[in-house]
Design a protein around this ligand. Structure first.
Ligand code: SAM
Length: 101
């Protein structure tokens, strides 16, 4: 674990070609399915930084600059909305993207 001062600093440390992927309970539009993200992560390629927000989610400016928006983790509700704590969202995301299935 290493704490950095900003998102830009974290991306710079990963190299200029690093990709930024973001997460949100409200993600809409063109999203990257977990299955496709998992396949992408299995390939050699540029580093990927996956960003999670805090109480109010990621700032719009961060969402807009992202290379990809991960599909939200949905619930069985008719609208699929699933407002998770960041620790729950991170655990589910890492399991779907990197876990043994
Ligand atoms: N309104 C915010 C939103 O829509 O993302 C809620 C913030 S939530 C308390 C904190 C973080 O957990 C979010 O910024 C996101 O990174 C992650 N998160 C929460 N629910 C999620 C979901 N259903 N799918 C993906 N990520 C989620």
């Amino acid at each position: 674990l290493r704490i950095v001062g900003s998102l830009d600093e974290a991306l710079e440390d990963l190299g200029s070609a690093a990709e930024l992927w973001v997460t949100s309970a409200n993600a809409a539009g063109e999203c990257l399915a977990h299955e496709d993200a998992r396949a992408r992560l299995r390939l050699d390629g540029e580093p990927i930084l996956i960003a999670f927000g805090t109480g109010w989610g990621l700032a719009d400016a961060v969402m807009q600059r992202a290379d990809r928006v991960l599909a939200p983790i949905t619930s069985p509700r008719p609208d699929g909305f699933n407002h998770l704590s960041v620790r729950a969202a991170a655990a589910i995301t890492f399991d779907r993207l990197l876990g043994v299935h």
